[in-house]
Ligand binder design. Structure first.
Ligand code: SF4
Length: 85
């Protein structure tokens, strides 16, 4: 089953943990708020097997549960440094 991920950015407290655990999957904006890097936080690109292992670790450790997962694409607005998505 496919797995999709994204960060619900208003719930992120910029702790830095997800990027440390899964640097290929998470990055930060200028304020330190995380976004899901492979698809610019739209949640539309399914994780491959190795990425799924890293993703699950970050998902489980995120202190605010801002990292979301689904077996369906999220189809969210893409992250932009100048926007709020
Ligand atoms: S682990 Fe969670 S709270 Fe911390 S930076 Fe990542 S998404 Fe934000």
């Amino acid at each position: 089953m496919a797995l999709y991920g994204r960060v619900e950015r208003p719930e992120c407290i910029a702790c830095g943990l997800c990027q440390m655990l899964a640097p290929a999957l998470f990055d930060y904006d200028q304020a330190g708020i995380a976004y899901y890097k492979p698809d610019r936080n739209t949640g539309t690109e399914p994780l491959n097997d190795q990425a799924t292992i890293d993703f699950r670790l970050a998902y489980q450790r995120c202190p605010t549960h801002a990292i979301k997962r689904s077996d369906q694409p999220f189809n969210a607005r893409p992250f932009s440094e100048t926007g709020k998505a």
